[in-house]
Each structure stands twice: as C-alpha cells, then as structure tokens.
Design a protein. Structure first.
Lengths: 410, 366
C-alpha cells in the first residue's frame, strides 16, 4: 500500500462526511448557514489558489509515461477468414501523466480514446509501445507480475448497466478485485467492501443487494467503489458520467473531485464532453483517429487552441446560455474509418484551415508531428500558427451550413 | 375513440395565430404494477414558425407528450384522459378519425426521432422510403415523387443525391441517416416539425452540423419546431420558448432567456446550477439531492418537494399551480411565487445567483 492512499483501514474516517453531504444540496446548506456573498467569493479565490498550487506541485517526474503506444485490431474476412485489413485504433501515442493531476482525453467516438485507456491497464494488449507506471515498465510484465500493479491502477467504466454483473451481489462485485489480490479472509473483505460503499456515499448494508436494485447514479457509485476498494493511485475514468442525467451527473462529478482530494488520486479522464473536462481536468489531450493532435493545460486549450480540430470541437459545444448563441464553425463530413485513415495529416479531409489556405499539398503528404508551441502546449498541425480567432471568424462568415455532409463513399 | 372523450364538451378552438394548443394533456399507462401518469396536465401553445423546447430528464414525460400529439401511442396500454385537448391548425387531434389523423401526420406534422437507424426501414432504399411518403401525402406520380426525394436530399446537404437515393440505411453514417430523416420529415413541407432528441446519438461535430442544418431549414421553410431534449445547451441554441418538465408536469415555462438565465422554479434552478462550467472550476457543483420519484409513488403535493432545498410545510400539503413569476410571461410551479413564499423566494434567488458564479465547499483545505 502506498502512502497517501490509505482509505482502507478500520474506520470510515472523516472523508465520508463531506461525501454524504454531497447528497444534500449545498445551496440549501449555504442558505442555512446564512453565508454572505463575499464569504463565498473569498472561498472561490482560495479555490483558484489551490489549483495554482496543484499546478506547481505536479512539476515532478511523471507517474505514467506512455511512449509510441499502438493498438491495431486485425479485420478478418473472406472464406478463409484471412486478415483483410487493420483498424488503427491507437496509432502511436506519447504522453505523460504527472502524479496528482487529472489528465483528460477528449475525442469523438471511434477516435481510440477508450482503447487507449484500456491498453494502459493492459485490459487489451497493446500492439507496440511502452507504458511506464511509477518507474516500472508495465508493458513487459507477465500476468503474474502484472497483478500487484493492477491494484495500483483501476478503471471506472462508462456504462453503469453493462459493467456490473447482474448475478452478483454488491459484496462480490466490489470484493472480486480484493479476492484476486489475495485478500482471502471473508470478514476482512466484507469490511473493506462496506468501507468503500460508505466512501462513495452508499449505505453499508447494501452489500447483499443486486445491481438491478439500484438507479443509474447509484450503480456508477458501485463502479467507483469497486475501483477504490484496492486503494489505487491511478484511476482511468472512461466516460463516467455520460450515461447519467444532468442532476445525477453533478453528484458523481462531485464525488470524483472529493476522492481525488482525499486519496490523492491521479485520474486519466476520458470523455467527449468538453464542458465536463474543462471543469474537471488540469491537462487535456485531443485525439483524432488514433492520434493525439493537441495537448495543453485547460487554459491553453480552451482559450488558445492551436489545432483546427480542437477549434471545431470547442465551437461545436452548445452552451446553456442563449446570450452566447453563436454562429458555429461546422466541420464537413464524418470521421473517416480508422481502418483506412487519410494520408498525411489525418484531419486534412475535414480541415477548414487547409481549405482556407488553398489546400496546401503538405497536409495530404506529410504527417504533422506534435510540436511545442509554448511550454506545455503542443499541436500536430503544420500551420498551427495560422489558427487564430480572426481566421476562424473569416471561415465561419463564409461557410455554407447545408453543404457540410461529404460523400464518404469512394 | 372511447366514449368518455365524446362526453367531454370541447373548449373553443384557439385563435388562428396559435398553431398548436395543448390543453391539460393527461396520458396514463396502464401497466401490471398500476397506472403511470406519464403526462399529467400539460398545457402549452406554439405559434406558426416559432420554436419551443421541451426539456426534462429521462422519465419526465417529454417524449410521451410528443407521441400523444402524433397519436402514435398504443391505446391500451396508454390512455389519454377525456379532458385533454390538442388543437392543431384549427382541428382537435385527439378526436379526429384515424384516417384523417394519418393525413395530418407526415403532411402537416412531421417527426424526427432520436435513433435514425431504428426509424428507417432497413429493407427499402432511402429513395423508396421518401418517395412513398411523398406519393401518399402529396398525391403525385411515382416519378415526380422520386424526383422530390432527390431534391429533398439535396436540401439537407447530402452529396450526390442521385446515387444516395438508391442506397440502404446501413450504407450511411449516423449523421447522414439523421439528414435523411430530416429530408423525409421536410419532404412534405410540414407546418410543425417535432424533433425528439435529434442529436443525442451523434458526436459533437456531427451534432453541430445537424443543429445548424435544422435551424437553416426551419428558417427557409418557416415551419414551427418543437424540440425535445435533455440538453440545456441545445435548447439555448435552438429555440425561442422553453417548457421544463418534471415527473409528468410542466414546472416552468417562459422564453429561453428567462428560463435559462433567470430560472424561477427550484428544479430548473438546480438543473442549471449543476452544469459544470469554467466558473465553477476548483469548487463543487451544486447538486439536486436524491432521484426522480417513482411514478407509482409520487409525492402527494409538490412532486419536487422531497428534493427541493426551499420546501416548507405548504409544499407537502398543497400541490402548487403554475404561478406567474416576477417576469411577465414566465410561469413556475412553485409556492415561492405566492405571497406566502415571498421571503423564501428572495432567499432562494440570492442563493441561486451565488451558485451560478462559483462552486461551493471548496476542496483542498481542512
């Protein structure tokens, strides 16, 4: 067990206290306390200080270091079931995740973000590349050697309905990992299961119940309890809130924020929801067709995006504020098939910047590599310097919204 | 038609500048465990060419409202209560004979569904499906219908439509299929377009394409739009008026600016507060405690009362009506907007304003 991550133990600790509070409305609480506006504002300042402190604190060696990671899936077909093609789901990805930070992966469906998350834990075997976790090369380990590492790296799945075995009571669902890790004493295991339930804001006596007895939000909490039962340092959150209703989503997000603070967790947060990522993460990597196209801090990315795809993605989010109703930058066409990615820059078939620059040949012939634009901010675009608010405005002013579908047949 | 409906004396038809007038709509499902009042006394109006958004979480009754208007529900198990009235273009839909209703459906009211793959027939080509509908509703020759199908595909921006009409739904991507659905819906130039979560199954960049397309085409054809969604962002971009639903009831109505910027019902306030934004970074998100009540076990008076941070005794005893708020034309189903709730209302609005700009119970300190 590692220092800083000891929720286990004998007592539920005070960490459960704010946890359960998360279930009662904070607005109500503030109202009850008669909190003044200025006091609240003061606390907001403290919060941004905390973020800044966290930014400085994370300038240490990375907890997770990914180099050249690839995951290719073969496509079999024909009468002899021979391999007739390859899906390049993840195709050469490098990044670091620092201890204590929340690193987000964003992209559309099929961009490889979930495959990447699973490859990190070796839930799917990567085709190539190295995964270094806390100084150990995980990619070279045998299954037996991997087991003690697994306890330090956990995952929360997207679908709270599909990821819990309907035939298992909660105690077995959460206890399964403990059993695999050699916690053979039933009483010890049950104790740990109950503690985990309490940490995620569920009642200790839920252990004998089955998944169907819970709502979506509660199931997601069970999934989180399962990940936490092993006292991990690093948790992959694969779209943990996208299957939930808005009012439940914020409950689960608050829980994840609390756990991050209380157990000093490092998250890899996979999502397609840019608003959630902006609220929740420190650094963001944008993926497109198996490659990372831009990496930066939340501030860098959201205020100063330097890849045409990131710009389009940000422009596409509908904001819940009618005052900010804007003319959007609309991308043409669909995401191409990862089995036949476009040559050169994979985004060139939909790129608005390439079109504006008069379709330079370089985009379709030479693959752009991630290059540093400023400290901590990298972009994989030959013309990253040309991405600016002015160019975006010009493109938006002239685009035809109706003609955005592009023939995806040969 | 059941007899109860004939017994009810209809109200007067709405004035000509109201295209759709839903009055006291009640749709009940008779299921094994009892009766589910999926829609319970919903009323709203829509003018020609305007757009209205119906917002709510899963189970709030927003889709059932749309299906009742289209009369697409199976009766039984569904039952539409006798006092309900749906006036569309001068006609009362619930009491219309089925053959007349069929003529309205597709012709005057068209609907787009969430999942374009399941709403298209997999064994017919796209062209066949659009042309069939055009032939039926507009009473034109086969050849002309086919040409209209190509034309409508062109209108929604599908490239090489002459080739596309001969394709089957599985040969197209999700975004492309939704475009086909829109083409079908618009091929007969309906006066009202009902879109039920039209972009929920799509990726953000494709969602942007479809939303912009819907907006452009709605402007061009001047049809009214009823948009059903759980996404407040989509609502903010797309519609002029908003109806918020909770547990089968309308809890708030107003213009999109009123409802999203200055909500007056505690449920709407809570929903909007809980949206993660950059301003709340580093703090906690506001949450609505608990979960949506089971339709078999609804709270006796105000349905939001068990989850409401401002509820008091009155809320447990008396079911609130839709009261007009301090903004003209904005209504909320909440006792805060009665003289008895005056003091509490001031307090609630203050708390709401604070939770909109910052998070609460900030992390990282002792």
């Amino acid at each position: 067990m590692n220092e800083g991550t000891t929720p286990s133990g004998s007592e539920p600790t005070e960490t459960t206290e704010p946890q359960l509070d998360a279930l009662s409305s904070p607005s109500a609480r503030a109202a009850a306390e008669g909190e003044s506006a200025s006091a609240v504002a003061q606390r907001a300042d403290n919060a941004s200080d905390a973020i800044r402190r966290a930014d400085n604190a994370t300038d240490t060696e990375p907890l997770l270091k990914i180099t050249g990671l690839k995951k290719h899936f073969p496509i079999f077909g024909g009468i002899l079931r021979r391999q007739i093609g390859t899906v390049y789901a993840v195709d050469g990805v490098d990044f670091d995740v620092k201890r204590g930070e929340t690193f987000a992966l964003v992209g559309e469906s099929g961009c490889g973000k979930t495959t990447l998350g699973r490859s990190l834990l070796r839930l799917t075997e990567p085709t190539a590349g190295t995964i270094e976790f806390g100084g150990t090369n995980v990619s070279g380990l045998s299954q037996d050697e991997l087991r003690p590492m697994r306890r330090r790296m956990q995952i929360i799945f997207q679908d709270p309905f599909g990821s819990l075995n309907p035939r298992m009571p909660v105690s077995d669902i959460i206890g399964e990992g403990l059993l695999a890790q050699g916690v053979n004493d039933r009483r010890k295991r049950d104790k740990k299961v109950e503690d985990s339930l309490e940490i995620v804001g569920l009642r200790r006596d839920y252990t004998r119940r089955y998944p169907h007895e819970f709502s979506g939000g509660q199931r997601q909490r069970i999934g989180i309890a399962r990940a936490l039962a092993l006292d991990p340092e690093f948790v992959v959150c694969d779209e943990p809130v996208s299957a939930l209703d808005v009012s439940i989503q914020s409950q689960v997000l608050n829980l994840l924020v609390d756990l991050r603070r209380d157990f000093n967790l490092t998250y890899l947060f996979i999502s397609h929801n840019l608003s959630v990522i902006q609220y929740f993460s420190d650094r963001v990597a944008v993926m497109y067709l198996g490659k990372i196209v831009e990496v930066g801090s939340v501030e860098q990315l959201y205020q100063n995006a330097r890849h045409p795809y990131t710009v389009a993605l940000l422009s596409a989010i509908p904001e819940a504020d009618p005052r900010r109703r804007k003319k959007r930058l609309v991308l043409k066409g669909d995401v191409p098939s990862p089995a036949a990615p476009p040559s050169g820059c994979r985004f060139h078939t939909r790129c608005w910047l390439r079109e504006k620059l008069g379709n330079p040949e370089r985009c379709s012939t030479e693959e752009p590599l991630l290059r540093v634009l400023e400290t901590g901010h990298t972009s994989a675009c030959h013309f990253a310097e040309d991405v600016s608010e002015r160019t975006v405005d010009q493109v938006v002013a002239t685009q035809s919204v109706v003609d955005t579908a592009v023939a995806d047949l040969a | 038609m059941t007899e109860t409906i004939d017994v009810h004396t209809l109200g007067a038809p709405p004035p000509a500048d109201i295209l759709l007038d839903v009055r006291n709509l009640r749709t009940i499902f008779h299921v094994m465990d009892g009766d589910v009042p999926a829609v319970d006394g919903v009323s709203f109006q829509l003018r020609p060419g305007r757009s209205i958004g119906i917002v709510g979480e899963s189970g709030s009754g927003k889709s059932v409202t749309a299906l009742t208007i289209m009369r697409l529900l199976d009766i039984p198990p569904a039952e539409v209560s006798g006092e309900s009235e749906i006036w569309f273009d001068g006609k009362e839909l619930l009491r219309l004979p089925m053959d007349k209703m069929r003529r309205i459906r597709g012709n005057d009211i068209a609907m787009i569904f969430q999942e374009p793959l399941t709403s298209l027939n997999p064994v017919f080509t796209i062209g066949n499906q659009i042309a069939e509908q055009v032939e039926l509703h507009l009473k034109v020759k086969k050849k002309e219908a086919w040409e209209r199908a190509i034309e409508s595909l062109k209108l929604v921006g599908i490239p090489s439509p002459e080739r596309r009409v001969k394709q089957y739904p599985h040969e197209m991507s999700g975004g492309m299929r939704q475009r086909v659905m829109i083409a079908m819906a618009l091929s007969c130039e309906p006066k009202l377009l009902i879109a039920d979560e039209p972009t929920t199954a799509l990726d953000v960049t494709i969602q942007a394409q479809i939303l912009e397309l819907l907006k452009t085409i709605q402007d061009r054809t001047d049809s009214a739009l009823m948009l059903i969604t759980h996404d407040l962002g989509v609502v903010a971009e797309m519609v002029e008026d908003v109806v918020v639903m909770y547990a089968g009831q309308v809890v708030e109505t107003g213009t999109v600016e009123q409802v999203l910027l200055e909500p007056r019902d505690p449920y709407t306030m809570g929903l909007i507060e809980s949206i993660p934004t950059v301003d709340k970074r580093g703090g906690r998100l506001s949450v609505i405690k608990g979960t949506v009540p089971s339709p078999f076990n609804l709270p006796p008076a105000c349905r939001f009362e068990p989850r409401c941070p401002y509820a008091w005794k009155l809320c447990r005893d008396v079911a609130p009506d839709l009261f007009e708020t301090d903004h003209a034309g904005q209504f909320a189903r909440c006792h805060l907007h009665t003289p008895a709730g005056e003091g509490r209302r001031q307090e609630a609005l203050k708390v709401h304003e604070q939770s909109m700009t910052i998070g609460r119970d900030l992390g990282g300190h002792g």
